[in-house]
Structure formats: structure tokens, C-alpha cells
Design a protein around this ligand. Sequence first.
Ligand SMILES: NC(=O)c1ccc[n+]([C@@H]2O[C@H](COP(=O)([O-])OP(=O)(O)OC[C@H]3O[C@@H](n4cnc5c(N)ncnc54)[C@H](O)[C@@H]3O)[C@@H](O)[C@H]2O)c1
Ligand SMILES: O=C(O)C(=O)C[C@@H](O)[C@H](O)[C@H](O)COP(=O)(O)O
Ligand SMILES: [Zn+2]
Length: 390
Amino acid sequence: MSESLDVNVALGPRSYHISVVSNQFAQFADTLETWMNQSPAYRNALADGSKTALIITDRNLATLHTAQIENSLKSKDWKFETAIIEPGEKSKSLEVISGLYDKLVAMKADRQTVLIAVGGGVTGDAAGFVAATYVRGLPFVQVPTSLLAHVDSSVGGKVGVNHPQAKNLIGAFYQPLGVFIDTSTLETLPVRDYRSGLAEVVKYGVILDSRFFHYLEQNVAELNQRDPDVLRNVIARSCELKAEVVEQDEHERSGLRAILNYGHTFAHAFEALCGYGELMHGEAVSIGMIYASYLAEKLDLISHQETERQIQLLETLGLPVLLPKGTRLDADQIIDRMKLDKKTVGGKLRFVLPTSLGRVEVFKEIPESLVREVLDELAPPAASDGDFQI
Ligand SMILES: NC(=O)c1ccc[n+]([C@@H]2O[C@H](COP(=O)([O-])OP(=O)(O)OC[C@H]3O[C@@H](n4cnc5c(N)ncnc54)[C@H](O)[C@@H]3O)[C@@H](O)[C@H]2O)c1
Ligand SMILES: O=C(O)C(=O)C[C@@H](O)[C@H](O)[C@H](O)COP(=O)(O)O
Ligand SMILES: [Zn+2]
């Protein structure tokens, strides 16, 4: 059995652990109780004998890993119910949130009922929003099961749902009590969802760590084969990098946390305009990073060679770097949607752009004409028969 790794997210009274393990779902309930005992807010719950939980999961996970969480809870005499949502981005909606509130009401949940999200980023973001808002806050635990959720969405406390016009427009910052990552979940993850997570991994290399970017370049074959040792390193390093940023700017006030948004200004507009779920989030981020890098080239911030290295790495990991052929989005529409991005101030777009591989900055004064040029020059060609189309 491989050793477990632990990453701490130091946020004062909201500090928590990310536990990276393999084939240790049986230990989940013990780990949960340890975290509760360490938490100033929730240690009394166990002392009061309150061991109730609601598991939120999606239909795919319900027949896979969720049963292992349920078995672990049963072995420690927890009382729980399981709510199942439909898989996919469309579940990040107020309608789904409303159904989950109804479930908590029916259970007569109280402020000590633990909410456990078992699934990918969609489940984690939606469940976290319920946890942040129901009775003004429930103890919340993330059990991420997709690579994207392991390396990004389960860490840092951004929770929420989409508005029909823009991604993640409704939400909160709400940190979990802990994050339980069992890497064995990756064995059942479909390839498209797996690759989607790799896009956020590449993002960390570009924004913060050129050595990590180089490590990814050197380990493409291992990543494509889901080599367990390489994946454990990649998951732990990604969580460490994200934790370091979140610790310094938890609520995205100083601007530092915005660097985690590299590629997302374009990506979120593409996701909303193509229809939620048509492009996976990581696919949109992969494409968005190349648009942003191309914009950075136009501003003489980086060389074309540095964009090419990102393209090469993303493509060898099986990710798209341009919108699918036949996608019909016009520049005005895209710019209009980008203005709903949460980094926008006073109607002016802000972009996270690379200044070298391993470093990005937030730019406030980018002429819209230059953004339009990028959108026009990278616009996808018309589709021919047999092409994947949106
Ligand atoms: N909160 C944040 O900081 C943050 C960060 C990045 C992304 N996100 C959000 O995360 C979402 C994307 O997350 P995602 O890619 O995990 O999407 P997802 O939750 O839709 O999961 C992708 C698919 O994989 C399936 N799946 C997940 N784990 C599985 C497993 N182990 N075996 C088999 N199938 C499995 C799911 O059922 C789903 O069909 C987007 O909504 C994005 O906006 C949030
Ligand atoms: O945690 C963050 O901060 C991020 O920006 C991580 C992103 O990968 C993630 O997609 C996040 O949900 C985007 O946040 P948003 O505030 O732009 O909606
Ligand atoms: Zn993202």
C-alpha cells in the first residue's frame, strides 16, 4: 500500500487538511472524526453524540465509489442519507440546489449535520453552496473523485452554481473541514473527464512553477497511462500550489488568487455560449489558456515559442487548443459574456497573462480591439462532415 500524503491549507480558524491516499475509503469515517475533533467549531458535535450526515453525489458515482463512503460511515455508526444529482454541468443550477435544501428539510438536518460531497467539481461546487447557505453553514467535507476535483475544485472554498448567462456567477467562499482524495477513483474516470483535469494541472505549471511544467513535459507518457506514482506527485504538487495561493488571498481581494483564473476569462464565456456541458470545463480552460497566451504574445509579454510549448503539452495530453470546427460564436457575443467575468471592474475586462512560463500577472488595461483580433484570428474554421460540432 502506498503512503498517504497530507497537504495543509493554513487559514487560521478555517485551516484544514487535504489527505491524499490510495485504496483507503474504509478509513474515511475515522479521518472525518479526527478532523471534527480538531475543529474548534465542530468538536462538540461528536461529544454531543451527533453523527448525522447527508452525502451528495451524482448518478455515476452512486454506482461506483459512493458505496465505499457509505460503508465506512456505517462501520462507525453514522446515520446518513444520500442525495443523488444528475451528472454534468447542468446540475450546477439553483433548481438542483433547491431540491437539496428540500432533502435537508425532510431530514430535519441541524447545524451539526455533516454534508459530504462525493464526486467531481460539479458535485463539490453545488454541495458546497448548499453547505455554505443552509442554516447559514453546515460542516462540509469534500471527497473529490475526478482528477479536476483532486487538483483544483475541492481545494480553496469557491462554491456555487452557474447563471444561464455566466459561469459560477452565484456562490460563496466556504472552506471545507477537510478534503479526502483517494486516487483509486481515477481508475474508473472516463478519458475525456480525465484529460479535462490535466488542463488545470498544466495551468499550475504556467502560472507558478516552470519546473513543474517541465516535469509534465517529461512525463506525458506516464500521465497518459495514468501512472499512479506520477499522478500522486501531480495531485500533491497541484494541491500545494493552490493552497499557497489561497492562504495568501482567500477571498480574491488582493488580486493574487486571480492568477488561478488563467485562461478562464475566455473559457467561461465559451462554456456558457456553447451551452453548459458541451465543452468540459478543462477543455474550455485548455483553449482559453492558448487564447490568453496569444493575447500575451500580441502585447510582447512572451514569445511565440512559449505559447507553442503550452500547445504542444496540452495537445500531447489529448486536449483541444482551439474551439471545435464549426463553432459559431462572434467576437461581440464573446466579449459581452466576458464582461460578466468576476474579475471585471467598471465594465473593463481584466486578463491573467503569462510573462514567462511559470509566471503570470493580472492586466487591467488591455485594448478591446486587441482581444477582438485574437478572437478573430483564432476563430474555428467551418465544419466538414464527421467533425465534432457544437
Ligand atoms: N471550485 C473551484 O475552485 C473549481 C475549480 C475548477 C473547476 N471547478 C468546476 O468544476 C466543474 C468541473 O469538474 P469535473 O470536471 O470534475 O466535472 P464533473 O463533476 O461533471 O465530473 C465529470 C464527469 O466525470 C464523472 N466522474 C467523476 N468522478 C468519476 C469517477 N471516479 N469515475 C467515473 N466517473 C466519474 C462525473 O459523474 C461526470 O460525469 C466545473 O463546473 C468547474 O466550473 C470549480
Ligand atoms: O480557485 C480559484 O480561485 C480558481 O479560479 C480556480 C478555477 O480553476 C476554477 O475554475 C474557479 O471555479 C473559477 O472561479 P471563478 O471565480 O472565475 O468563477
Ligand atoms: Zn478552472
